[in-house]
Design a protein around this ligand. Structure first.
Ligand SMILES: *Cc1c(COP(=O)(O)O)cnc(C)c1O
Length: 227
């Protein structure tokens, strides 16, 4: 049995410590608990510890967990790779999508978002290290995509998300996150207002917080290793 409650307290402390080191208010960093491949019991333990934001990568697994959790006060973030044939349930059931990386997906989400649900919060995923095997828009194509997504009616473009290549050391980890911050700044200079940088996971959240992350996506440190 993983001690979710204890892990939560530990992570909250570590995030606060990283924020302090970076000269930031802890309240400006939102913890997204990544519950993929973990049972609903783990989610509910996290809820008892005060957590409300949960990240899921797989549509069917997530929908089942939402139903099993049976609560209407949780905020669900889709953080997996999104295929065009899976956009409808995501548009209907999630509050955030972090992984928009092409216009076609954004258009479908906008069209399929139910009116009663309000705007769907989205981040554009950037392939910040230009890795062939990774999803995300190329940095050079970001301005055009961001402009187009920002104009879609049922979406609210909140910011940018990334999953950089693995780097062993803190200074190395900071580099792609710094590039993300610069991309966000330059979009804002062009008139697109953004309030979110979704970056940092168990292995690199400290570096991400130092470079301005507003959402850190933590799985392993909260729920233990995944099978
Ligand atoms: C799995 C996953 C995470 C969490 O990773 P950990 O290393 O377990 O903290 C964060 N973001 C995305 C997009 C993921 O797929």
């Amino acid at each position: 049995m993983i001690r979710v409650t204890e892990n939560f307290r530990k992570i909250q402390d570590l995030l606060a410590k990283a924020a302090a080191e970076a000269g930031r208010e802890p309240g400006t960093i939102r913890l997204l608990a990544v519950s993929k491949k973990k049972p609903v019991e783990a989610v509910l333990q996290a809820v008892s510890a005060g957590q409300r934001d949960f990240g899921e990568n797989f549509v069917q697994e997530a929908l089942q967990k939402m139903d099993e959790a049976g609560r209407d006060d949780l905020i669900w973030h889709f953080i997996g790779h999104l295929q065009t044939n899976k956009t409808r349930p995501v548009a209907e059931r999630f509050h955030w999508v972090h992984t928009v990386d092409r216009l076609k997906i954004a258009e479908r989400l906008s069209r399929q978002r139910p009116h009663y649900a309000g705007d769907l919060n989205v981040c554009i995923q950037v392939n910040i290290d230009s890795e062939a095997a990774k999803a995300g828009v190329a940095p050079a194509d970001l301005p055009q995509l961001a402009q187009a997504v920002a104009e879609l009616p049922a979406l609210k473009l909140r910011g940018l998300m990334c999953m950089p290549a693995v780097r062993p050391d803190f200074e190395g980890q900071r580099q792609p996150f710094a590039s993300m911050r610069e991309l966000k700044d330059s979009l804002e200079e062009s008139g697109i207002s953004l309030d979110t940088l979704s970056m940092g996971m168990t292995a690199d959240y400290r570096a991400a917080i130092h470079e301005g992350a507003t959402i850190v996506r933590i799985g392993t440190a909260l729920f233990g290793e995944r099978q």
